[in-house]
Design a binder for this molecule. Structure first.
Ligand SMILES: [Zn+2]
Length: 235
């Protein structure tokens, strides 16, 4: 990730929490401090704590050059714990069952559609987004090696298979796969798709050995008179 994307990524996570607090009548500043404490409980080294304190919860976000792989997992675990309690699910295998990592990514897709990734949404239909834009977003988040192994299978204009290969990808986890489901869901919603159903039945992201391949089934409907909110014609 570039510095701008890195900063935007953290900003998106914090804006999600702000929105969640507003919707659920929670005090944002208290929630953030509790999440910070929870992240500290989940890391071992002073170096990691220092990173969280200065680069994530501090004011020096833009000075960080890259996001260590453990950060988002720890942050989403802590966020889920504080917002929904320790019994709340951390992962999901279907967009029909929500969890905090899913919701955080869904939120981020919708805001990035209007900010840093606007060009990848503008004038796109839902199927064009899955076919062309999702691989571009994926490359930015996971790098060239993982992007080269990404496969998009088109069963029809409203039914796709998305196959990721997490081999050599340190950040791969079931939580991370839940954010992939959430991001695709939010993006398709933003582009006007309805009845979206994304399932991810067999997750090999945390497999001990072999190819860590994950496949997602993506289905949606779109309105007969499809209006992309980003196209000029819609204005
Ligand atoms: Zn997976």
């Amino acid at each position: 990730m570039t510095q701008a994307q890195y900063g935007d990524f953290i900003k998106g996570r914090l804006l999600f929490i702000e929105q969640y607090c507003s919707d659920h009548k929670m005090e944002f500043n208290n929630v953030i401090r509790s999440i910070e404490e929870e992240t500290f409980r989940r890391v071992d080294s002073d170096e990691q704590k220092d990173f969280l304190r200065k680069k994530f919860f501090g004011d020096a976000v833009s000075s960080a050059e890259e996001l260590p792989n453990w950060v988002d997992r720890v942050f989403l675990e802590a966020t889920s714990q504080v917002l929904k309690g320790c019994q709340s699910p951390l992962t999901t295998s279907t967009s029909r069952l929500s969890c905090i990592p899913f919701e955080a990514a869904r939120f981020n897709a919708k805001r990035q559609a209007e900010t840093i990734f606007k060009i990848m949404f503008k004038d796109k239909t839902p199927e064009e987004w899955i076919r062309w834009s999702f691989p571009a977003v994926y490359r930015k988040c996971y790098g060239n090696e993982a992007a080269a192994k990404l496969r998009i299978i088109e069963f029809s204009k409203k039914h796709f298979g998305v196959i990721t290969d997490n081999t050599n990808l340190d950040k791969a986890s079931k939580i991370d796969c839940s954010t992939v489901i959430g991001y695709m869901y939010g993006a398709l919603e933003k582009l006007g798709a309805g009845d979206i159903a994304i399932t991810h039945k067999n997750c090999l992201a945390e497999a001990a050995s072999g190819q860590k391949v994950c496949s997602f089934d993506v289905m949606f409907e779109f309105p007969a008179r499809h209006v992309n909110p980003f196209s000029r014609a819609a204005k």
